[in-house]
Write a protein that binds this ligand. Sequence first.
Ligand SMILES: *[C@@H]1O[C@H](CO)[C@@H](O)[C@H](O)[C@H]1NC(C)=O
Ligand SMILES: *[C@@H]1O[C@H](CO)[C@@H](O)[C@H](O)[C@H]1NC(C)=O
Ligand SMILES: *[C@@H]1O[C@H](CO)[C@@H](O)[C@H](O)[C@H]1NC(C)=O
Length: 324
Amino acid sequence: MFRLTVLLYFLVYVYLGTLTTFGVAGNKEKLVTVKDKFKLPSDDLMPFVGFGTYKVKGDDLIFKLLDYALAAGYRLIDTAQYYENEESIGQALKVLLPKYNLTRKDIFITTKLLSTKLGEADVYQSIEKSVKNLGYDYVDLFLIHFPGLPSRDNTTNPKNDSVLRDETWQVMVRAVKDGLVRNIGVSNYLVHHLKELLENDHGIKPGVNQLEWHPGYHPAGLLELCKQEGILLQAYGSLGGTGRANVLLKRPEVVKIAEKLKKTPAQILLRWALQQKIGIIPKASSEDRIKQNMDLDFIIPEEDMRALLSFEQKHNSWNSGNIQ
Ligand SMILES: *[C@@H]1O[C@H](CO)[C@@H](O)[C@H](O)[C@H]1NC(C)=O
Ligand SMILES: *[C@@H]1O[C@H](CO)[C@@H](O)[C@H](O)[C@H]1NC(C)=O
Ligand SMILES: *[C@@H]1O[C@H](CO)[C@@H](O)[C@H](O)[C@H]1NC(C)=O
């Protein structure tokens, strides 16, 4: 009996030893857990898991959800000028950080430039306003929200998007040097946008590229480029949508894996990203789901990871594919 037990333990040990991070076969890297952090080019550490606040508005609602999120262990809060909730977040943190015995440096705040501001004369003032709204004297990460003017009207701005991106980046570099912003990055950038920025980053490399990313949309080459350049790919819309129905929650392939591993479909989709060292910023409105989305320290076997890579590809949110 004793021998059998030892043998069993040995076999489990060998089995665990053969599991690898998906995408780096043969390379036994440590699997990412919800407490892990990504090292940005500035050497700042950024949590892989954050709390998303897209379409969450109102002081009371923000307070309630951030209360749940901080209790559940989230330490990154993701917002944007577009979400119109920066001030509510700032006010909530003033009360909630002391409640959880945290200080400003224990949390990581991301916000993003309103897309219509790309290349505008007041980008710097707009960063200052975000910092002030969020209630402290800096933000951890500031992103260009979209690589072009959303509805291209070059009668109001005759410069092309490529020039507007470059001008905006230069202002963001200045904001880092002035201490307003600790790190800068981009959102909705595809390979050609990112390569252009890497060729001329004015001295500060982007730390993050945040975009729609899930089994139903993972454009080729982007994750590889980000990894090679030390940029964190951070996913939004992990459940298959943004605001719209989260279309992947009911996919039979996802449901099947969830049943097998005794997890929810949402946990499978979030773990799928995290296991590939992709950042995630799930949003939820109930305490239970906020907690569940932080409960991701399990392993999806490689064959299931692969099955989740084989879905037909379809973009659900903002499309930057036609932005030059
Ligand atoms: C709060 O943090 C301080 C300093 O890290 C620690 O000594 C104290 O025990 C903490 N209190 C609670 C309630 O966690
Ligand atoms: C202005 O927009 C038109 C129509 O989209 C396009 O053909 C033209 O190249 C644009 N000009 C510049 C300077 O971007
Ligand atoms: C954008 O405009 C600049 C300056 O006029 C020009 O050098 C560049 O080729 C243009 N880029 C695109 C993609 O049209």
